[in-house]
Design a protein around this ligand. Structure first.
Ligand code: NAD
Length: 348
């Protein structure tokens, strides 16, 4: 039985314990949080509460440390755990810059322990359905993806509103969505542009729209907002034969395909508003095929099944160093684009 200890027992720290409950050969040994109320909550949940982080790191039974504190503390806490010869799982965004991430990776290599970032949304079914739509060529050659998460509750909590703590939505949600999209698109990025939103805060972005353009012509629109009461689809994907849409995390959506799109349509003009249009006339039903969304693409068994396999020496970490570094590089360039209101080229 492997033992994991948690540093930072807030919302996600506790969520990890619910995931680990289902894993046969891994259990949570204990918790350390700087807040007394969270230490008390850990005891109520039946976990040991360490007196300090040093106390946690001195527990020789601990194989893995989970760092699930606010973003600005990840680097220091992760390096301390690695230097104490513990494997480390760190919450996203792992750090705010690629250079800081590579510093941690260097220490992990020196002590020969793993350092794995919890990019859990690689396992989201909506994303894996999109991967399968692309993999199975269901809408022809995909050339454009729109990935959105929209809410109406503003920036949550306390530290997420603070710049020095790594707050804002580009770091909070952007890191998930860009990680997903760059798993799909390995080709070289030609340019990118960020339009951040500061409706609710001047200090950190409460949302953003990012455009990422690839050298092969593929385009991505990534959007996170916290000020929307009417939602847009979670995914909107265009291919040369049709369009796919997934509405939300319930995975409802549709695929509409036409075999001769862009080529042979000779639509009749329709009255639209105060004019006539042939271009925007809907296709006839007989020109369309409505398909069901496919099953999700199989990525891997759960995150913690994978961690156990890595501890057993049966698998290499699937969340790879170069993938995490690429996402952080893109985030850094997006921040510059947003600050300077310009398109950035020479990204990678
Ligand atoms: P939170 O505010 O709910 O919890 C953070 C906890 O860390 C708090 O209880 C705080 O007291 C504690 N803490 C702060 N500094 C500490 C320190 N030096 N030592 C020990 N404890 C300390 O925040 P959260 O929503 O749980 O987010 C924590 C991290 O998890 C962030 O990096 C966030 O981005 C990430 N997160 C990831 C996901 C995901 O889906 N992967 C979801 C939510 C949050």
């Amino acid at each position: 039985m492997y033992k994991l200890a948690i540093c930072g027992f807030g919302g996600i720290g506790f969520y990890h314990t619910t995931l680990i409950k289902n894993i046969e050969s891994l259990s949570v040994k204990g918790v350390f949080d700087i807040k007394d109320e969270r230490q008390k909550f850990a005891l109520e949940q039946g976990f040991h509460a360490y007196d300090s982080y040093e106390d946690l790191l001195n527990d020789s039974e601990v194989d893995v440390v989970l760092v699930s504190t606010p973003n600005d503390s990840h680097k220091e806490l992760s390096i301390k755990a690695l230097k104490a010869h513990r494997n480390v799982i760190c919450e996203k965004p792992v750090v705010m810059t690629r250079a800081d991430y590579l510093d941690i990776v260097k220490v992990a290599k020196e002590v020969n322990k793993f350092f794995i970032v919890h990019q859990n949304r690689r396992w989201d079914e909506d994303f894996l359905i999109v991967r399968n739509i692309i993999e199975k060529n269901m809408i022809g050659d995909v050339f454009h993806i729109e990935s959105r998460v929209l809410g109406a509750s503003g920036i949550p909590g306390d530290w997420r509103k603070k710049k020095e703590q790594g707050g804002g939505m580009l770091l909070d949600w952007g890191v998930h969505l860009i990680d997903q999209l760059l798993l799909i698109k390995k080709e070289k990025i030609a340019s990118l542009y960020l339009r951040p939103s500061y409706i609710l805060s001047e200090e950190v972005d409460d949302g953003f729209v990012a455009h990422i353009n690839f050298e092969d012509g593929f385009t991505i629109h990534v959007e996170v907002q916290t000020t929307n009461t009417i939602m847009l689809p979670r995914w909107y994907v265009k291919g040369t034969l049709g369009t796919a849409k997934i509405d939300d995390w319930s995975n409802k959506g549709e695929i509409i395909v036409t075999k001769d799109r862009f080529l042979k349509h000779n639509s009749k003009p329709i009255k639209a508003g105060q004019g006539l249009t042939k271009t925007m006339a809907p296709l006839e039903t007989e020109q369309l095929i409505i398909e069901k969304l496919p099953e999700p693409y199989f990525y891997h068994a759960s995150f913690y099944d994978h961690i156990v396999a890595v501890l057993d020496g049966k698998e290499e970490p699937i969340i790879k160093e170069d993938e995490v570094a690429r996402v952080l590089n893109v985030l850094e360039k997006l921040f510059i684009s947003g600050q300077e209101n310009r398109i950035i080229k020479d990204i990678e």
